[in-house]
Write a protein that binds this ligand. Structure first.
Ligand code: 1CP
Length: 343
């Protein structure tokens, strides 16, 4: 059997057509997702019901034939597994009980206690590895420690990650302890996803862009490097994608500094710049602006071709620069795939 295209790109192979998948490809822009989510009742029940989580993971594969499926779950489930309370306010987003002191960080559950809560996620992975088409790669994921910490400290999503920055300044040792706990738990979580069938893992550091200078090194690069080194020692050859979103100049050398096989790029950097400065070190993923999935038209076709052309001389996985939004039109997604595949 020929190797799956995503795995070939992750090994550094330059393919005539880049493989393609899309962040948040299972999501509210799809009527079939909205129907399954309604059946589950709420978002967390959907994440924790393996049959339904597997179903929504498979929906965009059936509809569009993407080259990869990403496990349906959320980066915040690990907070719950560590003992925080987690719920989603309809129309607003996640809410968590906060963790803001050395004592509260110390009181979190140890890394090896996370698996009871996360067992349904592992079951979803098992179902998917049985049911996915043989050419489709299964991607597992977790949030990177800094991004998950921003939610745990603030108790919600924040525009500027202010509460996490404040704790980092007022008690750096406590903040480092939180990052260390999350790093250990993330290693065990991803390792288990791989044991039950994930073929690639991705680390989402959605708020990496708000870390500057030494903080970027300490809290984006260092934890990512430790997670990758430990995962690769437990699972030799495991391909790993890192997404330090909005890292800007921080993208340069990120693969070398962390050991990532692929750096995912947001759409604030131009593909031409990223080809010259990031793809020189290996595979990149990205980076069409998600807004085109709403607006479509000839401008979308042009932008898609620009991304494909800019990255054509090196290993590339086509994706958006961030998740597709609920207002997107599924017909634009179908057209994107057609254009990437030469239409
Ligand atoms: O109502 C709904 O259906 C909820 C929307 C939704 C979805 C579809 C949330 C709530 N999470 C998810 C699934 C999800 N989240 C996946 C599944 C796989 C896929 O991509 O199809 C993944 C990989 C994530 C990752 C995730 N969750 C990130 C990192 C990526 C990113 O978008 O930056 C983050 C920051 C979250 C937290 C989160 N979960 C949900 C929301 C609305 C948010 C953002 C909250 C905020 O900051 O305000």
């Amino acid at each position: 059997m020929t190797e799956k295209t995503i795995l070939r790109a992750l090994k550094g192979e330059v393919l005539p057509t880049p493989p393609i998948w899309m962040m948040r490809q299972a999501g509210r822009y799809l009527p079939e997702y909205r129907a399954t989510r309604a059946q589950a009742g709420d978002f967390l029940s959907l994440c924790y019901t393996p049959d339904l989580a597997a179903e929504v993971t498979l929906q965009p594969i059936r509809r569009f034939g993407f080259d990869a499926a990403i496990l349906f779950a959320d980066i915040l489930l690990i907070c719950q597994a560590l003992g925080a309370k987690l719920w989603f306010e309809t129309g607003e987003g996640p809410r968590l009980s906060t963790v803001t002191s050395a004592a509260e960080i110390e009181a979190l559950k140890p890394a090896d206690a996370i698996h009871d809560t996360l067992a349904p996620v592992y079951e979803t992975v098992r179902i998917l590895s049985r049911e996915l088409p043989k050419e489709t790669t299964l991607i597992g994921f977790a949030g990177a420690p800094w991004t998950v910490a921003t939610y745990m400290v603030a108790g919600r999503g924040t525009r500027d990650q202010g509460p996490a920055h404040a704790l980092k300044t007022s008690d750096r040792a406590a903040f480092q302890a939180l990052i260390d706990r999350l790093t250990d738990a993330t290693i065990d979580y991803l390792s288990m996803q791989v044991q039950v069938g994930a073929e690639v893992v991705k680390l989402f550091d959605s708020w990496a862009g708000s870390l500057k200078g030494q903080d970027f090194t300490d809290f984006a690069v260092a934890p990512t490097a430790r997670i990758i080194a430990e995962l690769k020692s437990r699972h030799p050859g495991l391909p790993i994608i890192a997404f330090p979103r909005e890292a800007g100049q921080g993208y340069v050398g990120f693969a070398r500094a962390t050991g990532a096989d692929c750096v995912a790029l947001d759409n604030s950097v131009s593909p031409e710049w990223a080809a010259a400065n990031v793809q020189v070190d290996g595979c990149v993923q990205g980076n069409l602006a998600p807004g085109y999935m709403v607006t479509g038209g000839p401008e979308m076709d042009t932008a898609i071709r620009q991304v494909v052309r800019a990255f054509a001389k090196g290993p590339h996985i086509f994706n958006l620069g961030h998740g597709i939004t609920p207002e997107a039109d599924p017909d634009n997604v179908a057209r994107m795939i057609e254009v990437v595949r030469g239409g």
